[in-house]
Design a protein around this ligand. Sequence first.
Ligand code: G6P
Length: 477
Amino acid sequence: MPEAEFVVVANRLPVDRVPGAHGDDVWRRSPGGLVTALEPVMKKADGAWVGWAGGADLDLEPFEFDGTVLVPVRLSAEDIELYYEGMSNDTFWPLYHDVIAAPRYRRVWWDSYERVNRRFAEAAAEVAAPGATVWVQDYQLQLVPKMLRELRPDLTIGYFHHIPFPAYGLYSQLPWRKQVLEGLLGADVIGFQRVADAGNFARAVRRLFRYETRASGVNVPQPDGTTHTALAKAFPISIDAESYVELARRPEVQQRAADIRRELGNPRKILLGVDRLDYTKGIRHRLKAFGELLEDGEINVEDVTLVQVASPSRERVEAYMQLRDEIELTVGRTNGDFDTMGHTAIRYLHNSYPREEMAALFLAADVMLVTALRDGMNLVAKEYVAARTDNRGVLVLSEFAGAADELTSAVRINPHDIDGMKESIMRAIDMPAAEQGKRMRALRKKVRENDVAKWSESFLSALADARTMRNARSAKR
Ligand code: G6P
């Protein structure tokens, strides 16, 4: 196995298996910001990426893809059920998103989570060169930093938490609350989306361990009497903004946007929602507000259409099945009540689409609705803004999405306040072009300045500083 100076460890590999031209399967790069952001770093640094290839019981050897070594971690059908669907997505996901759905605490899930985290840590330990940098990603792998530090004390370890970190009153429900914090504290740098997430984490550490925290550093006493300092700080993630600018400027994308408007019957205004079909996204609240506006006669289907793209997600987890039923019932009822032969109230698409189609949809949409009840960041909000090279369109943004910290020129909403949301949607629909332009220009400046390359650079430079400090300390000893 080759040795890598830079290793990313994530639940998923950055590739998807898709049917090839000759009846066999081929690998295709997954869409998504993280993959794009890390590509240059991976290439420059002889990088390796440790992750699950998707699918059960796949025995795959490490292979090279686009200049990066991919190291597949095998998950059995049982691992998928207990570690991925269970502990990751039926315990941590709802708990960390403010218990919008009830988290379930099952000991067999936890045992599997520990086992699978160890497998990821061992795979990373095996592929990392002496003194390498390892960057662990997200809530599926919270125990990996500590496991890795024990296996390989020579490594510099970063961890980035893509989802929220909840207030202590909720976090403390977790039967394994101490083990998880210990797992994370194995890292040199622990990155969060919002300042509030980093604050919640630091408070949990103080409450459960009474460790000293100074500025953003947590001092963790080690068994050998030394102290390990973990930096816990916000590094808000972003997108490859220029790639959306480039897409939006393509004539064929602009043509497609015009076609979409025509296919929808040329309504005066198109509203758009784009989400993974997840209960954190506030899709039901959005549909409720929209349905009431139709009912009140504030809008009608000739005039205003809502396009809701809901991409399939975690379809074997009960809460997701239930949500899908609820949403599809609401869409069916609303359309049944308000559709005419030529116009629909809600065009609902349970599917995911390539980036070109998404860019066209962004260009076609007069109003983008991001109504998350809780969201680590919400990159769709940033994608919409990046694509609006014409400085038109209105972003309606929930204050419970991480993006609200930066995108302060959006129309801000509380999705629990249905009346407030209805007013904001009407305000967005009726917003004069001059105000749209002023807000959109301010939003675009933020998104283009703080793109995903900047995000990875600032995290990795904090990690490099941590390494320098650690080396200086061990040289003194
Ligand atoms: C969120 C998480 C990611 C996860 C993605 C898709 O964005 O933060 O870690 O990969 O959802 O979910 P999935 O369960 O399909 O990987």
